[in-house]
Write a protein that binds this ligand. Structure first.
Ligand SMILES: C[S@@+](CC[C@H](N)C(=O)[O-])C[C@H]1O[C@@H](n2cnc3c(N)ncnc32)[C@H](O)[C@@H]1O
Length: 272
């Protein structure tokens, strides 16, 4: 189903009026695709659905949740985590007293916990004085953050986790797995809107200076103009020498290419 720009604007308006969530700077194609997805579930044409949404805050909230897809899993795209474990973290551990990581758009926390698992593993292998590590994880969606804080996941979220890590970092519980306290205590979850111009890093982190920022599969939601602004915000939040990791179909804007070293082009890893 094709939804034109004018209809998209009407949906954005209905969502704003009914939920207070402003999606006006989201990418038109993403909005159109996600609204179409919802339409196919409920079997309505765009105009009837729009009228329905205008009078139904619950449906507007469902639509917001449908648009901000928060699908994630542990060690999503394992090669990226392999590079982080083999190259990036050892370098950071060698030079930093407190390693600061930001998982921006963390969904259910799988990415943040995956990084914590790798850091914990490396630190455990060090004989002497150990650096500290803090992983800040933020999302716009409070419901998904509440889930992240429980640290409880279905088995299918763990399908890319090495057996050794499953045994060392998770406790089986019911049908799923619970992240162990030694990993959980490294991660702090908080609400943050990446489109908020007022802040650089999440307030909870006491501002910026991150050694590693992961912002993967989040920029796909935003308009080109916004992507540029968000990437600048991430750049400003990085410490000198810090690393930025984007999702596999996401790229930095041209003006930042000159200021960031490309560590791995295919895997979208950059260094300030
Ligand atoms: C597909 S998930 C990505 C999760 C994880 N980074 C990964 O790659 O598996 C995208 C997340 O971005 C969040 N998001 C969308 N818009 C956002 C915004 N303006 N600020 C912060 N997070 C946002 C969504 O709520 C969702 O949880």
């Amino acid at each position: 189903l094709n939804i034109d720009r004018e209809q998209i604007n009407c949906f954005v308006e209905a969502i704003r009026d009914n939920t207070g969530t402003d999606l006006s700077e989201y990418c038109g194609n993403t909005l159109s695709a996600r609204i179409s997805h919802r339409l196919s579930q409920i079997d309505l044409d765009p105009d009837s659905y729009l009228n329905f949404c205008r009078n139904d805050p619950d449906e507007c909230q469902t639509l917001v949740d449908t648009i901000a897809v928060n699908v994630s899993w542990f060690f999503r795209n394992p090669i990226v985590f392999e590079i982080i474990a083999q190259t990036i973290l050892p370098r950071l551990i060698a030079k930093t007293k407190t390693i600061r990581v930001w998982s921006a758009g963390c969904a259910g926390g799988e990415e943040a916990y995956s990084i914590a698992i790798l850091i914990r593993d490396l630190l455990n292998s060090l004989p002497n004085a150990q650096p500290q590590a803090l992983v800040f994880a933020t999302d716009i969606d409070q419901e998904v953050l509440a889930k992240a804080r429980t640290g409880y996941y279905p088995q299918k979220s763990l399908s890319d986790v090495k057996m050794r890590f499953v045994e060392e970092c998770f406790t089986p519980k019911g049908d799923g797995y619970l992240v162990r306290p030694s990993v959980r205590e490294m991660v702090r979850f908080s609400t943050d809107n990446l489109l908020n111009d007022q802040t650089i890093a999440p307030a909870e982190s006491i501002f910026g200076s991150f050694d590693l920022i992961l912002c993967r599969n989040v920029l796909i939601y935003f308009s080109a103009e916004r992507i540029k602004k968000v990437i600048h915000k991430l750049y400003e939040s990085l410490a000198t020498g810090g690393y930025l990791v984007l999702g596999e179909s996401e790229d930095i804007s041209r003006d930042l290419k000159a200021r960031l070293n490309t560590v791995d082009r295919r895997n979208r890893i950059y260094q300030k």
